[in-house]
Design a protein around this ligand. Structure first.
Ligand code: SAM
Length: 228
């Protein structure tokens, strides 16, 4: 059904084709994306581009991530549906909405209050189960609901992975997915924890805005704007 003369549904189906072509085959992930209208998470000025496979500005120098990357990262979490999940970097709330359809409990942290509030409003438009919103430094995790079966970081972490996130990861096969590297580019990394044993696997290069915080990049280490 076209909205303001734009057939978002047709554009979404075309985007899903591109996402499949990039190797995302998990039917639950694809369905979660189909159920999540990206144009609701994009500022009005950029709404026409909502279904292009590209990151877009959302304010505060931050971005809503590229949809195919959101899909790939969600697939790499290997969610079964019964997980307690922590997301760091709420941004627009788009990835949050997709995650919420695929797990039992979701906590999301954003350092910019204005983005957190806008994400809350965006997510109110969808019929989703409750989500815990936290405004603060996600590099410290969120101990009240730990341990987490999955932790997803949607901003680029420095080479030393934030220790609180490793500590708050479930020792029963918990998975932490995050971009790790320099401020300019990172490698998508999945860390799995069994007991105190940590295993790490990488999935190619990516470019994210920096993870800024006590266990991330310091604000004065971040120069200029970074976009996806
Ligand atoms: N996944 C989001 C979406 O779909 O819109 C996009 C996330 S954006 C690429 C990264 C977000 O991480 C930004 O909103 C940024 O403010 C946030 N961020 C960076 N460092 C953070 C920290 N220490 N704690 C919480 N959020 C942080």
């Amino acid at each position: 059904m076209p909205v303001d003369g734009i057939d978002y549904q047709a554009q979404l189906e075309a985007l899903l084709e591109q996402i499949r072509a990039k190797g995302v085959r998990d039917a639950r992930v694809l369905e979660a994306i189909r159920q999540t209208p990206r144009h609701l998470f994009v500022p009005e000025s950029h709404r026409h581009y909502a279904y292009i496979d590209h990151a877009l500005p959302i304010g505060e120098g931050q971005t809503i991530s590229q949809p195919s990357l959101v899909a790939q990262m969600t697939q790499l979490l290997e969610l079964q549906g019964d997980e307690n999940v922590l997301e760091i970097g709420t941004g627009s709330g788009y990835q949050t909405a997709i995650l919420r359809r695929l797990c039992t409990r979701l906590t999301t942290i954003e350092r910019f209050p204005r983005l957190a509030l806008q994400a809350y409003r965006n997510l109110q438009q969808l019929d989703l189960p409750p989500i815990t919103f936290v405004i603060g430094d996600g590099t410290c995790g969120f101990p009240p609901y730990a341990p987490y079966d999955r932790i997803l970081v949607t901003a680029g972490a420095p080479p030393k992975v934030p220790q609180p996130l490793l500590d708050q990861l479930s020792p029963n096969g918990g998975k932490l997915l995050l971009p790790v590297g320099s401020r300019q580019y990172q490698v998508l990394t999945r860390i799995t924890k069994h007991g105190q044993r940590i295993r790490s696997k990488t999935f190619g290069e990516c470019v994210f805005v920096p993870l800024v915080g006590k266990y991330g990049w310091k604000p004065d280490e971040v120069d200029g704007w970074h976009t996806l």
